[in-house]
Design a protein around this ligand. Sequence first.
Ligand code: NDP
Length: 326
Amino acid sequence: MSGTTRAIRVHAHGGPERLRLEDVPLPPPGRGEVRVRHTAIGVNFIDTYHRSGLYPLPLPAVLGSEAAGVIEALGEGVHELAVGARVGYCSAGPGAYATRRNVSASKLVPLPDHVSDELAAASMLKGMTVEFLVQRCFRVTEGMTVLWHAAAGGVGLLACQWLSAMGVTVIGTVSTDDKAALAKAHGCAHPIVTTREDFVLRVKELAPGKLPVVYDSVGKDTVHRSLDCLAPRGLLVSFGNASGKPEPLELLTLGQKGSLYVTRPSLMTYVASREELVASATTLFDAIGRGWVRPEVRHRYALADAAEAHRALEARETTGSIVLVP
Ligand code: NDP
């Protein structure tokens, strides 16, 4: 049962050129583990942080946080899953950029018939992020207006669809007119093209009383100005660093700008227990079943070309979800 897996590993943090396709030893699944043969692997911005060292990993490391596939073997003590079952995961830690992998059974979610392996890999991490951000981190409700940065990205397009289906008005930032049209087609009522429009001024025009919540995954370039889009007692959700790590925030600023709140959440904290993980995945799969969220793979790369996927993602050339084909 032991053997090797073909995997994308980094031996040192750095740019996409650090990614190497290698044969890596794969032991039999341990107690509580399952071996999964991957059929589709999700690419997420966090993979670039793991690669660059912004979120350092013990090295050498296989990258990748999300995949779907078929169970090949069960370790000791695993009774609730069966060989041949289709599963997906997005909270098992790095190691998904591989043809096969051992994963803790507690992190696997069975995939329903209406969610293909590829759509699971395109939507679990991103869609469950939208779920926890709009339902649990802050409860967005019908009639609200929110600001979502990077509205044409992987998380962004799913957020636009989900929020518009909830009756929420989405103001979204994007860098090009093509991305604005795409975000609009996915439910973003007011795309703002940041390369020629000031998003703070535009938000003040669109929502003079300003907003109850801003979702900011761009980080360094936007976080401090995002505070200026909030109504008094509003919440800034800083959940990513696509443009780099945000500069430190002076707490007094929150008082001066109107008793604001800030949170820096991570999906892993919100799906830490088995109950939360299953509930979040179930909510996403239900939203897909109802047609509120319609994930699509907008970019496909061979596993061997993962470096090219990273380059394109960081160069802002991609929209929506990216999947690696093992
Ligand atoms: P995206 O597909 O959204 O790609 C990132 C987007 O950010 C780009 O397309 C680009 O859109 C925008 N961007 C703005 N400035 C830059 C820059 N300097 N360099 C690169 N991109 C920039 O990625 P994902 O959907 O995978 O992730 C979106 C964000 O959400 C990431 O920041 C990620 O870390 C975060 N995230 C956080 C989670 C959490 O638990 N906290 C979970 C999942 C994702 P444009 O060109 O239109 O500006």
